[in-house]
Design a protein around this ligand. Sequence first.
Ligand SMILES: [Zn+2]
Ligand SMILES: [Zn+2]
Length: 251
Amino acid sequence: MRLTILGSGTNVHPTRAASGYLVRTDQTLLLDFGPRTLMNLLKAGANRHRITHILFSHFHADHFSDFITFFFDAVIYAKYGGGHRPDMTLIGPRGLKRLLGTVMATFPSFSRPPFRVAFKEVTDRRFAIGDTLITPRTMTHVPDLHCVGYRIEYRGKTMAYSGDTQYCDNLVCLCRDVDVALLDCSFPANKPGPAHLHAGQCGLVAKEGGVDRLVLSHFYPIAERYDVRAQAGEEFDGSIMVGTDLLTIKV
Ligand SMILES: [Zn+2]
Ligand SMILES: [Zn+2]
């Protein structure tokens, strides 16, 4: 399994794209699709027309806005580009069908695309895409919005992606004994903010979950001004990486 960070920042970060990750197993999967991550998907050398499953953690705009651009391109390619576009499955928390159904019905050229689009709203139950096993788990981010993290297993290796979350027991469970935990590190430990983890909590989750390698991502600009790696390291003595756009990690 290979993980490529397409976006390690947030909506208006000056140097990082917002949330998005490419996961390659027997499948080519996307985890979230925030602003500017489509450009990094192209830079990463992935064939966007072969992406069949997109998994959303939640529908804050920094996690799905580039899907609009991606989907429009997919329709144009399949209609006029002379290429085959396989069917697409969009996976995410409660509210996915309503939101993306509205997008499909409203945006010009989005309805009746020349390929099938399926919607899957997840519960906390495991499912398979080919030989890749996916376990969603409900996170605690903001009230009144269903947010999930994903645990992904393939050929004996496991990674966890937190999406956006505060510290919670479900997050520690999601990360239990994983090879790589990719966590929301919006804030430095000395400047915590609402609705997200800070660097010290990322380290704590990694320690409590028995994680092998911790990857920090989803940085607000303020996180750049402090040594978040050292802050996470005060709790967790395993390997810690500070995520950057286009970094690829072998899981
Ligand atoms: Zn969010
Ligand atoms: Zn976010």
